[in-house]
Every structure is written in C-alpha cells, then in structure tokens.
Design a protein around this ligand. Structure first.
Ligand code: AMP
Ligand code: GLY
Length: 424
C-alpha cells in the first residue's frame, strides 16, 4: 500500500514514521515533509504545498495512493477531503462542513449549545460597539477569539478591560486576522487543568486515543505567550478512568452523534481541548479537526497497534471492532524551538548532535536539508520523544537527549511532564 501524509511538522514526521512501520505499507510520501521525513527509510518528500489541493489530488491519482492522511487544519477546512472523495480517493479526515468544528469557533460554540455539550458561556460579535459594551458590562478576565483560523494566534486571554477592548478592536476594526477576525467570540475565562482528548471516528464508531497533556505557554511554569505547544506527555495525569468515561458520554459521543444528526457526519481524528476544573468537571475549550502537535508524538510512541490499519478502517466506515493497544509506559515529548519563537525566528542554523541521541526518538519539524546538512527552517524545530517506566523516567530520557542537540539560539522548556506541573 502507498500512503500520502500532508504537512511538514514534527507531528507529520511521527505519523509517517508510525505508518511506515505497518507491514501493509510499502511507501510513504509526505507533502511537503521536512528534513526529518527526508531522511527516513521508505519515506519520500514530495514538493507540493499542503494547501495546493489541485496538485495533491493529481499526485494521489497519478501515483495511485491508497490512503491519504492530513496533518494540519487548513487543507481540511478548505475542503481537501471533499475534493479527494469526489475523485474516488481514500482519505481519512473530515469534510469541509464537518471541519467547521475547528474552522469556525462560532459554529463550534453554537453547535455545543444546541447539543448541551459543556463549554464556557459566550457571545458572538461582528460589531465593535456591541462587543465593547458587552466587555464593559461583564468585566474581565475574558477570552477573546477570532472566529476563523488564525494559525493558533487568534486567542487572547484578557486579564484587564483594556486588554479585552484592545483585542476586539484589533480583530474587528484593525483587521489583524483578516476575514478570520471579522467575527469574534468572547467567552468566560475557565480555570483548571488542560487535557487533550483525541479520538478517531468513522462518523459512527469512536476509538479514543491515549490521553495527553500539552504545555502551551512558552516558558516554564506556564509563563509567557501562548504557542502551538512546547511539549506534551501521555497519559494526562488529570484523566482518571471515571473522567474518561464522563468525557466520552457527555462530550465525545454527543459531538459525533450531533454532527451526524445535522448532516455533517464527522470522520477523521477529532481533538477536543478540555479544561478540567477543581471539581473534575470538564468543559470544551476548542475542537480541532486533526491530530495535535506535539501531542501526537508521545501518543504514537505509545501506540502498539497498526495506525495504517486503523486509519484505513476509519476512512472506509469500518472502525467498529477495532481497538488500540497501548504501551502502558508514559511518554514525554519536549519541543526544541528556534530563538524568538513564537514570534519571528531566524532560519538556516545548522543542527548538531542528533547522532549522539540514544534511547529517544527525535521527530523533526521546522528543518530542511541544505547540502546534506540539517538546518533550522521554522519555529518549532523538533520534538524529542521518549518513554520510560514512569513519567519521571521518560522525562529524564527525553531531557538527556535534548542536552545532546544544539543549534545557535535553540530553546526549550525544562518542565515538560514534570510531576508537579499544574500550569500549562
Ligand atoms: P483555543 O484555540 O480556543 O484552544 O485557545 C487556545 C488556548 O487558550 C487554550 O489551549 C487555552 O490555554 C486558552 N483558552 C481558550 N479558551 C479559554 C477559556 N475559555 N478559558 C481559559 N483559557 C482558555
Ligand atoms: N498542541 C495543540 C494543537 O495541536 O492544537
């Protein structure tokens, strides 16, 4: 079988690495891939941008790709799956309509309201003066979100009224996020512990993946700006078996059933970002229509089942009867980022020390090969992932490997997966 994976991050490297382990798979193509996927045996990069749907469809047809998997949200929200299916190509991912769960926060919030799925109270605005009045009336803290996709940057946690007013002005009047910010959602600020709950679904059957916890803030202790994720561990310590069951019954199944009932059956990976409050009650922070990055890296290191078989079953409506087997040992993924991340970063710095890494898997992200030398090529450069007998053991192994890798200005958090880690 031939598989194509779309995307260029460390998540896509992990997915390609895991798919390649399937005895059913002979070739894996990654579009466009990165310096890591370029170096894996049996995996080839193809120079097609993840958003170039026409070229991706043509490649899949010409190369007789048996299954396509999509890493990032943009191609899904743009309708890649519909285009593939219209040509009879097999792809595991949500249709454009179903991907609205991530593509429009307004759609997601209204959907949750319709189906009684617990989430923060909210209001939706296109007019600046109404948004400003609402903020003054409610008081802070509040969370301001651009309705559309904003490359992970469209959420502002406003602790003061000035911050909240500034954020809505930027989005509604300042055009900071273009069309994505022409509508804003303002919601109540939730406190607690964040957990990522990712499932596979074929529209009816649901197969939960192992739980995970992302660390989104740039600096140790949950300080600094929000990022795409500075590291993750699996399982998430906050997720007890009874909470798992509660989330399945009150959140995941109502979501999948609700989408089907509304005529947008959701198939693909579905990522639900949750805030678990001090009484262990979960609320949905966001839906993502894809796997998380970096959550995927520790999750896939723990997955013992054949991910290709599972995804093919998901894409063809045959997930029923499948199960995931997990390595019970916890895994930790530590992101190493370029100086300046999550702001503008320098590219082209040579990366050294990867050969010295033992007992950990390095999934490369923002990297490329320049004359056979691996150099940085993005913000989140790589994710060092290790599993261990305990979370602490996994941490030690991951950080030992991190200590061997270097480039000019590289940076990382030192508290990923720490046992006493309360903050995100
Ligand atoms: P989102 O893209 O909606 O998940 O938001 C990005 C991040 O902002 C989340 O991972 C949370 O850390 C934070 N966040 C989003 N919504 C809320 C909320 N209502 N209360 C507190 N934090 C939030
Ligand atoms: N790590 C968060 C995300 O993938 O959206």
């Amino acid at each position: 079988m031939k598989v194509m994976i779309i995307g260029s991050g460390s998540r896509e490297h992990a997915l390609a690495w895991k798919v390649r382990q399937s005895p059913l798979v002979q070739e894996v193509f990654v579009a466009p891939g990165n310096g890591g996927t370029a170096q894996e045996e049996g995996i080839s990069n193809i120079a097609i941008d993840a958003k170039d749907t026409d070229a991706l469809v043509s490649f899949a047809q010409d190369s007789r790709i048996d299954l396509t998997l999509v890493g990032p949200e943009d191609p899904l929200v743009q309708g890649l799956v519909d285009r593939f299916r219209a040509r009879g190509l097999t792809v595991f991912g949500p249709s454009q309509q179903a991907a609205q769960l991530e593509g429009s926060k307004n759609f997601a919030k209204a959907f949750m309201k319709r189906h009684g799925i617990p989430t923060a109270e909210y209001a939706s605005f296109t007019q600046l003066d109404s948004a400003e009045s609402w903020i003054r009336e409610k008081g802070t803290p509040l969370v301001i979100k651009a309705d559309g996709l904003a490359a992970g940057k469209g959420v502002v946690i406003a602790r003061t009224e000035d911050e909240a007013l500034g954020a809505v002005r930027d989005m509604l009047a300042g055009d900071v996020f273009g069309k994505a910010g022409s509508r804003v959602i303002i919601e109540e600020f939730l406190e607690g512990k964040e957990v990522s709950f990712i499932v596979m679904t074929d529209g009816k059957e649901v197969l939960p993946l192992a739980s995970s916890q992302d660390h989104k803030a740039r600096y140790d202790g949950g300080q600094g700006p929000n990022t795409g994720g500075m590291g993750a561990c699996s399982p998430a310590s906050a997720l007890t078996p009874s909470l798992h069951e509660h989330i399945m019954q009150q959140i995941i199944l109502p979501t999948v059933r609700g989408m089907e009932a509304e005529g947008h059956a959701y198939s693909g990976f579905l990522y639900v970002g949750l805030m678990i409050d001090s009484d262990s009650v979960p609320h949905v922070l966001e839906y993502n229509c894809r796997l998380g990055d970096p959550e995927t890296q520790p999750i896939l290191v723990r997955l013992e089942s054949d991910i290709f078989e599972l995804c093919l079953a998901g894409a063809t409506g045959k997930l029923g009867g499948h199960e995931c087997q997990w390595d019970p040992r916890p895994a930790v993924g530590v992101v190493m980022a370029a100086e300046g991340y999550p702001g503008a970063v320098k590219r082209g710095d040579p990366i050294t020390g990867l050969d010295a890494v033992e007992d950990a898997k390095v999934f490369l992200g923002g990297t490329t090969l320049r004359d056979d030398q691996l150099v940085t090529n993005g913000g989140r450069v790589l994710c060092v992932t290790a599993s261990g007998d305990s979370l602490q053991h996994a941490r030690e192994k991951a950080y030992k490997a991190v200590g061997k890798i270097h480039w000019k200005g590289c940076c990382f958090r030192s508290d990923i997966g720490a046992a006493n880690q309360q903050d995100n």
